[in-house]
Design a protein around this ligand. Sequence first.
Ligand SMILES: NC(=O)c1ccc[n+]([C@@H]2O[C@H](COP(=O)([O-])OP(=O)(O)OC[C@H]3O[C@@H](n4cnc5c(N)ncnc54)[C@H](O)[C@@H]3O)[C@@H](O)[C@H]2O)c1
Length: 353
Amino acid sequence: MLRLGILGLGEGRSTMSAALKSEKWELRTICDRNEDLCKQRAKEFDFQLYTTEYQDMIDDPEIDVIGIYTPDHLHATHIKMALQHGKHVVCTKPLLDSLDEAAELLAVSEQTGKKVFVGQSSRFFEPMKRQRADFEKGEIGALVTVEAQYNADHRWFLGKRWSLQESFMWLFGGLSHPVDLVRWYLPDLDEVMGYGMLSPNGAGGGLKNEDTMHVIFKAADGRIARVSGTYSCPIQPTSRESEMTCILRGTEGCSQADYMDLRYAITDKTGEEKLITFEDKLKYYFRFEGKSHHAGEYQNYLEYFADCLESGQTAYPDLKEGIGTIAVLKAMQLSLKTGLPVKIKDLLKDISF
Ligand SMILES: NC(=O)c1ccc[n+]([C@@H]2O[C@H](COP(=O)([O-])OP(=O)(O)OC[C@H]3O[C@@H](n4cnc5c(N)ncnc54)[C@H](O)[C@@H]3O)[C@@H](O)[C@H]2O)c1
């Protein structure tokens, strides 16, 4: 069993549940500088080993892996500290909120031999897993284009102080999900262009950056894709719009994975149309009140990471792939600002891949 320390106990709550339920992980310590939150989690899970000091956790030789669930702008610092203390890292999305520390993180990971795995939860959700398996089996033929979106009424998120800082961007916090899904199928994106705006609701709530965005991509081989996201407006009922959706259009079929309703549909290469729901997995994926938590996906990705560490294989998205996605997000940010198409590789020229 691998021994895990979790930093940040907002979203880290789901990781606690995932680790405590998994046979591949032993939860060793939890950490948040907010002691009341530590106590709340300790009580909720009847798990008493907490600290308010990250340094205590990374100094603990009994911990193999640190799970990082702090605000986006702190990930780079927290990843670096964990690697330098000989820990592997699983870091939630967005891996980083800029490319400033990307080269250094690659170097530290290389020097220490410790792995960074990006917790891109949506890849590990049931409909998305099924879509990937069907794609790999050739059920839709050759991929032509990908359309992914993540629309959610996240005005509740503005209650978190860091969401109102200049550094907080829905471009990174929200669109990192659909952009990762696009890159899962089209890793070699070449160029991006898009438009974004701050909606009246977002501006009224104190947001500083765009909360409404539509972006298109061109891959090096000429295939195209698009993503969209809105974060401060109501959305459709889940029977019509499932917050996160990924559509793959292929030469012989088409598939659609929908998040909220655990729903998957495919027209396969035989022409058969199937609509599949995964009601039996509802309690595994959504363990707490409502559906805004991700314990099931996190358990899936923690177990995948454990298997990879044990077998010496790379867990994807790894640090390099994660930085590639941050470069795409950064290119999107530039395109939103300039109104012009942006070449992604221009942003990576100072980072040795
Ligand atoms: N599906 C997903 O993968 C998913 C979903 C939601 C959030 N997230 C990510 O999780 C991260 C955290 O989001 P959240 O909603 O939990 O935010 P949050 O503000 O609720 O929680 C962050 C916690 O980190 C703690 N913290 C900050 N700096 C610290 C430090 N130096 N030492 C100890 N504790 C520290 C804060 O006290 C806070 O409790 C974000 O990066 C977000 O994008 C991922």
